[in-house]
Design a protein around this ligand. Structure first.
Ligand code: X8Z
Ligand code: ZN
Length: 577
């Protein structure tokens, strides 16, 4: 077939126009659904998603058929991106398309409406309240009850999930991928096998630090909860780690601090005592981005965002950031709590919004991050600049602790960031196996726990079987959001932080460095964000850091003082499980 370059180009322009229209329509339907879950909004969102999916598949197949010679490099990249632009696609059959979209809407609804009556109470409470129990309670029976009660939500997600896997795989094969997992691994400007190897390389770089943190945490939890509950050498019971999924452990910081190092300050307490509102939480984040020279949020952000759980309807509380018109209709949807964790989450979400706005000048198919780990890393990078000195500058703290206060600070950060790494890895290593058909439905749960034990060194509070579906109790599984992005982001954010603090002229230890107020850092960051997906991600990484490979050395440098301290604490203490 001979196609003139101008013809190929015109075809891609037509595709971009239609896909932009359908994407805006889909965002609108998804927004209404996520902020008001009913059978009607389920149906409307599913319809919109099915339409977008069908159009994407149609245009992707047409452009994959274009001869390479007819495409200039920009258009060639657009063809590649179009093919991987959606997390799932359906086969070329309108009924299947709609069934798949409805299945996802239904799973997300089931998850979002999940509740449980906690031990000793009479009323059912939602995930946020159950999570609070996991963080605050120190009574094993209460912890186990809240944990088990929430995980029951997975049971009714198992059936639809099984069907979703079948339908999504048929769609991926229609775009010449082996399965949906292979499609997810094909988004990184390298062959899917090379990406899997890249992830493994990064994991091996950080694994020793994780194993030290794990051993120290186990030691202290054993001292607190006793040897009957916490083994000397085995995996840690997941309900004792201060978080519903044991994905970050800052909830148990008070049990882990050495008696000689009392916590220096408690941001949750500071914010609560000041009577901080949800809007003010966001304002702190906005002012940080503005201090870098980026523009304030548009007024529509404040009119259209959902910052609190409404009393009168079901919503998806899991935090997310939106750009509904793909230009400047930025919004956050979040049930903000006045805590340190949400203070960081607010920065995380604004990172998405500032990225979206920065690339809005790109052609539609490039209105994406360099890769999805970049999207997740931007706001977290800014959060790493929330140092004690920064809190003093913005008036939240009277004075910064001495350098002797660094250890509690670093331990806190490690419980957030280092504890997360193997969890971030496990969610999609499990899904990759499931999509590839190597883990059939009758082994879903068993394999989930085998992998969680293997990578994280945790085990469930009591034995689980195949009537349960514990992956379904984690938002991103029923909601069809790939997860490896967070693993990558947890490494990239330290690489970004190191580069940006140097640009900002900071020379001290990395964990005390902040880019707050640095226009130079802001300019460099803004330039990278504005590239969107127009270039391969190593180009974007280089624009910011001068490096072309992802590298965990920034993370290791940041935590070097903690690693030394952990090594001292762990003399004669077993590591591993
Ligand atoms: O889902 C999120 C964000 C929205 S993109 C709140 N995160 C992951 C999670 O909650 O599991 C941020 C960290 C990991
Ligand atoms: Zn995010």
């Amino acid at each position: 077939m001979s196609v003139a370059p101008s013809e190929a180009h015109a075809q891609l322009e037509a595709a971009e126009r239609e896909l932009l229209d359908l994407s805006v329509e889909t965002s609108q339907a998804d927004w209404v659904h996520a902020t008001y879950i009913t059978e009607d909004t389920d149906a409307l969102a599913a319809k919109a998603n099915a339409r977008l999916s069908a159009a994407t598949v149609r245009w992707a197949r047409r452009s994959m058929a274009l001869p390479a010679a007819a495409l200039d490099p920009v258009d060639r990249r657009k063809v590649l991106l179009m093919r991987v632009s959606l997390p799932i696609v359906a086969a070329d059959d309108p009924r299947e398309g709609e069934e798949l979209s409805r299945t996802v809407a239904q799973m997300q609804g089931t998850y979002s409406k999940g509740t449980h009556i906690p031990l000793g109470r009479t009323e059912a409470v939602d995930l946020q309240a159950l999570s609070r129990i996991l963080t605050e309670s120190r009574e094993p029976a209460r912890l186990e009850d809240a944990w088990t009660g929430w995980h029951r939500v997975g049971r009714s997600i198992r059936g639809p999930y099984t069907r979703y896997v079948e339908l999504a795989n048929r769609g991926a094969r229609g775009l010449d991928f082996e399965d949906t997992g292979a499609m997810w691994r094909s988004k990184y400007d390298m062959p899917p096998e090379a990406f899997a190897a890249e992830v493994e390389r990064l994991w091996q770089q950080v694994r020793p630090l994780y194993e030290s943190l794990h051993a120290y945490t186990r030691l202290r939890l054993r001292a607190f909860y006793g040897p009957a509950l916490v083994p000397e050498r085995g995996p840690i019971p997941a309900h004792l780690l201060g978080n519903m999924w044991a994905q970050s452990w800052e909830g148990v910081l008070p049990l882990l601090l050495p008696a000689t190092d009392p916590p220096s300050y408690d941001l949750t307490q500071i914010l609560t005592r000041r009577g901080t509102s949800a809007e003010e939480m966001i304002r702190y984040g906005e002012r940080f981005f503005v201090s870098l020279g980026l523009p304030p949020l548009p007024s529509t952000f404040w009119e259209r965002s959902m910052l609190q759980r409404p009393r009168d309807r079901e919503v998806v509380c899991h935090a997310s950031a939106w750009d509904v018109d793909y230009v400047d209709d930025l919004r956050i949807k979040m049930c903000v709590e006045i805590t340190e964790e949400d203070f960081y989450t607010v920065h995380h979400e604004l990172g998405h919004n500032y990225y979206q706005r920065a690339y809005s000048g790109q052609p539609f198919l490039f209105r994406e991050s360099a890769h999805d780990g970049f999207h997740e890393a931007v706001g977290d990078t800014v959060s790493l600049s929330v140092t004690p000195e920064y809190l003093v500058r913005i008036g939240l703290l009277d004075r910064a602790p001495e350098a002797s206060g660094d250890l509690p600070f670093l331990l806190h950060r490690a419980l957030e960031k280092i504890a997360f790494l193997p969890f971030g890895l496990t969610v999609d290593r499990w899904r990759w196996e499931v999509f590839a058909g190597r883990v059939p439905p009758e082994q879903y749960n068993r394999t989930w726990w085998a992998m969680r034990e293997q990578y994280q060194g945790v085990r469930p509070p009591s034995p689980r079987d195949e009537t349960e579906f514990d992956p379904g109790a984690k938002y991103h599984v029923p909601s069809n959001v790939p997860y490896m992005r967070y693993f990558l982001a947890h490494i990239l954010q330290f690489q970004f932080h190191r580069a940006l603090t140097r640009i900002a002229g900071q020379t001290g230890p990395l964990h005390r460095a902040s880019i707050y107020g640095s226009k130079e850092a802001g300019e460099r960051l803004g330039a990278m964000l504005a590239l969107g997906a127009s270039r391969e991600w190593p180009d974007a990484l280089e624009a910011l850091t001068g490096e072309r490979r992802m590298n965990a050395q920034g993370l290791l440098d940041y935590f070097a003082p903690l690693q030394r301290w952990l090594d001292e604490q762990l003399r004669g203490v077993p590591r591993g499980w």
